[in-house]
Design a protein. Structure first.
Length: 257
């Protein structure tokens, strides 16, 4: 059991490292998602890096499920197949969103003031975030990842699960991703905020679909718990008046020199 836990922890660190590398690439190329002066192929490559940066942390739990439910010699190939299938769904979505984003920007800026158009886009994203359909998609994202045990059946099941998981992730998150493309400035900041929302949603449990304001409750609790631990560890020393008197008194039977 200890060996399995160490392997899962190593898998999580690898996924987070991949996400960090992708964020570093985006930080070095902040103009990669500008529409007009750059070709669609370059934008699509930047989109792929953007997806890796934002969505990799959400794949930690599915990848861990694959590792737990497969034989050791099949884990790496199945994880690769699952990830490639998942990425293909997002790349296909990127073709549509990158083609639609310039037209939406031009139409909105011609008919509306830029800030007003941006406010409408943010309002529509918030409306989607609160909708029951969004929760239905999230519930599908939380479904378990089941892979076959042997041979070609295992490979086919990994690809099928990657496509299914990617489809429900796209249906759940596409408004946030489109908003990150439509923002005229501060792409990285919006992407980071969207990643926090997506990661937080992936940590929450399935809920009854209804109209509600969804906050990443689990992620907020984890961050608060980590903050409290850091404060207790690096905070000021506890006053002597608040210490336990029993801890300061000598133990019974001890010998004083």
């Amino acid at each position: 059991m200890k060996c399995v836990d160490q392997n899962l922890s190593g898998t999580s660190m690898i996924v987070l490292l991949v996400s960090l590398v992708a964020w570093s690439v985006l930080a070095c190329n902040p103009m990669g998602l500008r529409h007009h002066p750059i070709s669609l192929a370059s934008q699509l490559a930047t989109w792929a890096v953007m997806v890796v940066a934002m969505m990799s942390p959400t794949l930690i739990l599915p990848i861990q499920q694959i590792c737990v439910r497969s034989f050791r010699h099949l884990r790496a190939p199945l994880v690769v197949l699952f990830s490639l299938a998942y990425g293909c769904v997002w790349v296909s979505t990127g073709v549509l969103l990158l083609a639609a984003a310039p037209a939406l920007v031009d139409t909105a800026t011609q008919r509306l003031a830029p800030l007003f158009a941006l406010a409408i886009a943010i309002a529509l994203v918030l409306l989607w975030q609160c909708s029951p359909l969004k929760q239905r998609c999230l519930n599908r994202v939380h479904g378990s990842i089941d892979v076959e045990a042997f041979g070609c059946a295992a490979a086919i099941s990994a690809v099928r699960q990657g496509l299914r998981h990617g489809l429900w992730c796209v249906l759940s998150c596409w408004p946030l991703m489109l908003l990150a493309l439509l923002i005229p400035r501060g792409h990285l900041g919006v992407m980071a905020l969207a990643m926090l929302v997506v990661v937080g949603e992936s940590l929450d449990l399935p809920k009854q679909p209804r109209w509600q304001l969804r906050l990443p409750a689990t992620l907020i609790q984890l961050l608060m718990a980590q903050a409290m631990i850091r404060l207790r560890r690096y905070g000021p020393p506890q006053p002597m008046s608040e210490l336990d008197p029993d801890a300061l008194s000598p133990q019974v039977g001890s010998v004083n020199p």
